[in-house]
Design a protein around this ligand. Structure first.
Ligand SMILES: CC(C)(COP(=O)(O)OP(=O)(O)OC[C@H]1O[C@@H](n2cnc3c(N)ncnc32)[C@H](O)[C@@H]1OP(=O)(O)O)[C@@H](O)C(=O)NCCC(=O)NCCS
Length: 160
């Protein structure tokens, strides 16, 4: 497996990885998962690729298939807006490799903190990587105002 910046031609494969990753989550209701699945489309993913205030990294296996990706947006802090490993690739180090690469990009940009609205299933993963738990956020993805809220935990990684 190797990591590389995402390309515009990757977005369809990234959406597939995202759908696959979401299928592995068992702790939210079907309505919440439907809402989460619909929250991101190809247009939104494109905004992270080659943009000043955003970046995206893909994890690619030997056959060149994308097996995971991460998206970051930069402001005064960085926001990790997406981190996904395809279901068949979970617990094999893909998420860790992407997270460490995201941290390296943040360090290069002198960003001192990374925030994530961690889904409950992923909170132990982030905690294991030094993220500190903050408050509970009821997330309602844009464009799904009628849908159910999705409880997430604000978690923060500090470089110093
Ligand atoms: C969260 C996610 C990105 C982690 O990626 P991954 O490639 O499976 O993680 P890694 O293999 O690098 O895991 C490293 C360590 O993190 C911890 N960890 C990972 N997933 C975990 C989980 N679901 N529960 C508890 N601990 C977990 C474990 O300590 C693991 O080490 P181990 O496998 O030796 O026990 C991935 O599970 C995923 O895509 N989940 C669905 C989508 C999602 O929730 N994304 C996050 C949105 S905020």
């Amino acid at each position: 497996m190797m990591l590389r910046p995402s390309w515009l031609g990757d977005v369809r494969a990234m959406i597939s990885v995202r759908q696959s990753a979401l299928c592995s989550i068992g702790m939210y209701s079907p309505a919440q998962m439907k809402c989460w699945r619909q929250a991101v489309d190809e247009t939104e993913l494109r905004t992270f690729i080659d943009q000043e205030d955003g970046t995206s990294i893909c994890a690619v296996e030997e056959g060149q298939s994308i097996v995971g990706y991460a998206c970051l947006r930069f402001g005064t802090s960085a926001h990790l807006l997406g981190l996904y490993a395809a279901a068949a690739w979970q617990r094999r180090g893909v998420g860790t490799a992407l997270l460490l690469a995201a941290h390296a990009i943040c360090a290069d940009r002198n960003v001192s903190r990374v925030h994530v609205a961690a889904s409950m299933n992923a909170a132990p993963f982030y905690a294991g990587h030094g993220y500190v738990e903050g408050n509970l956020i009821q997330w309602r993805p844009q464009g799904t105002e009628e849908g159910p809220e999705i409880p997430t935990l604000r978690m923060t990684y500090s470089f110093r």
